[in-house]
Design a protein around this ligand. Structure first.
Ligand code: G4P
Length: 528
């Protein structure tokens, strides 16, 4: 297949939701349609009992939550679908944010009864800022939930989106009769007794015909006609360009568990969702269709096999063709590297591939060369943007609890930080190490992994820090900056890249500092 066709057929996306809205279930149903798994329940039961299909690490199995993201790929109607799984747990939000830098679009899953929840709001905000095309899937229609119009309102208001329903539920919960697919003009009837079958939609271009009354009953038919009129009046017509620009979000209704409305979602998705998109680098915009390879690391997964100290760097191919055993430039290290066993991901397994195309994710076995955000090219010096570190929310000193294992501790910490599990700061004043995380759970993860993977032990000590601010002086030699450094000495640290960070103990202190030293800018992310 020609290079351009390969690009055109790829759809790389993420599914985001608040935990329990049905992301895992929806993912599994999509895999079923792609023939990638045979049995319903495979992903789900694995998730709780043996670790999800998409999870590798033991700790994930232990906790039963998806600690890290991974890639599930399958072919559907000749489209190559890459789903980048994102952890829903808020303590792993940063992992999810980074994964969202590697997707070309997202599907947002919302629970019909719970509506828009906190985690959905945060993740959608990140996508909105980047104008990522989004499709909303309202799930669990087999249960009693909120009125469809109220939900659409809620999505618009809480998520700041402009929506247009492309399907509409007929009844809900006990009375759930099915879905009218506005996009395809098809009627899908829900058959409660035969829950796992895929219902093929019946062509139904004109809902004013009496046939509708016979199928769903007079009341439901009258209701649907009224609702469709309202939809017509209130919501803009679907427009693919606006969707692709991130200005309009189509909404689907269904029940992932019952396999209802999922095929409609997928069929529409492959038609409207974008193929691999151009990506901004520090020097220029890189287009997927360029023939030279570029890509960036958005995730590092360590020690998937505890017997081997191996890591896998997940690289999103932005342009060109990635080939096995060809030397590529690791821009940060200014070093050529070639990879003899790059992995491609399929539903439940990974295998070595010869080549990969834009939109694909390759897993590169790594012995410590990669950090999150690293760029690979065929020689051009450029660095992809948009994989920043965010200011952590929690801060603790880390102490070595086993003096004989200091080396192991620092190696472990170093590698865990490269993976992006947390951020390490070194205080200027006394060289003490501080770990900053998005959620408290990460401290347990770090402790557990240090012990099990590196044989090192650590303890923590609380530290009163409100936020880490990356320091950006207008003039490094100015008296103002010198004074800032002198006065704030106790609160200054370096991040892993050696960038200067101000560990502020309160919002008030940040404000005061900004007022007093206006030429010393403070940023809440490492990329500014
Ligand atoms: P998550 O990945 O977003 O966290 O959600 P997940 O798919 O694990 O789904 C959370 C719960 O919601 C699961 O129930 C799942 O079965 C249920 N669920 C998902 N889709 C639907 C749906 O369309 N209708 C209904 N009624 N339930 C749905 P659980 O009790 O936590 O797990 P399980 O015991 O059912 O496996």
């Amino acid at each position: 297949m020609a290079f351009l066709e390969e690009i055109e057929r790829r759809r790389t996306f993420g599914i985001i939701s608040h935990p329990d809205a049905g992301k895992t279930t929806l993912t599994e149903k999509l895999l079923l349609f792609g023939g990638a798994i045979q049995e319903a329940g495979a992903v789900k039961s694995n998730k709780v009992k043996k670790g999800a299909t998409s999870d590798f690490m033991e700790i994930e199995r232990q906790r039963g939550i998806s600690v890290a993201t991974s890639v599930l790929a399958f072919i559907y109607k000749d489209k190559k679908i890459n789903i980048l799984d994102t952890p829903g747990h808020k303590d792993f939000a940063e992992d999810t944010f980074r994964t969202l830098t590697a997707v070309d679009s997202v599907i947002v899953v919302i629970d019909v009864a719970k509506g828009v929840e906190e985690q959905t709001e945060k993740l959608v905000e990140v996508c909105r800022m980047r104008n990522t095309p989004m499709i909303v899937f309202i799930n669990k229609l087999d249960r009693e939930g909120k009125d469809a119009f109220d939900l659409l309102d809620e999505v618009e208001q809480k998520l700041g989106l402009k929506v247009t329903p492309l399907s509409f539920p007929i009844g809900m919960g006990y009375d759930f009769k099915g879905i009218y697919n506005i996009y395809d003009k098809k009627l899908n009837i829900f058959s409660g007794e035969n829950k796992q079958t895929v219902s093929e939609g019946v062509e139904f271009t004109d809902i004013s015909t009496p046939e509708l009354d016979q199928i769903i009953g007079e009341d439901a038919a009258a209701n649907l006609r009224e609702e469709m009129e309202l939809v017509d009046e209130v919501y803009p017509k679907f427009n693919q360009k606006e969707y692709l620009e991130g200005n309009l979000q189509p909404v689907f209704f269904g029940s992932a568990l019952n396999n209802f409305g999922v095929k409609e979602l997928l069929d529409c998705f492959i038609e409207i969702a974008p193929p691999p998109q151009p990506k901004m680098a520090d020097t220029r915009l890189v287009d997927a269709k360029e023939d030279k390879l570029t890509g960036f690391v958005f995730k590092i997964h360590a020690n998937m096999d505890p017997n081997h100290r191996n890591r896998l760097a997940f690289v999103k191919i932005v342009s060109g063709t990635f080939k096995r055993n060809i030397p590529y430039l690791h821009v940060r290290l200014n070093k050529k590297l070639k990879f003899s066993s790059p992995n491609a991901f399929f539903a439940e397994k990974k295998e070595i591939i010869e080549e990969s195309f834009p939109g694909d994710i390759v897993g590169l076995p790594d012995t410590g060369n990669f950090k999150i955000g690293d760029t690979l090219t065929e020689g051009e010096v450029l660095q992809f943007k948009g994989v920043p570190s965010f200011s952590p929310e929690h801060f603790r000193y880390v102490n070595n609890a086993d003096p004989l294992k200091a080396k192991q501790l620092y190696k472990g910490l170093d590698q865990l930080m490269d993976e992006g599990v947390a951020q390490l700061f070194t205080l200027d004043m006394n060289g003490r190490k501080v770990i900053g995380t998005v959620g408290a759970l990460q401290y347990e993860v770090i402790q557990y992994r240090l012990e099990h993977e590196y044989g090192a032990k650590c303890t923590y000590e609380n530290l009163n820090v409100h936020k880490a601010c990356w320091v950006d002086p207008e003039d490094e030699r100015s008296e103002e900056f010198k004074e800032f450094k002198r006065v704030k000495q106790r609160y200054l640290a370096k991040d892993k890249q050696g960038k200067l960070v101000f560990l502020a103990d309160s919002a008030f202190s940040i404000q005061m500092t900004q007022d007093k030293y206006p030429t010393v800018k403070l940023h809440f992310t490492s990329e500014f």
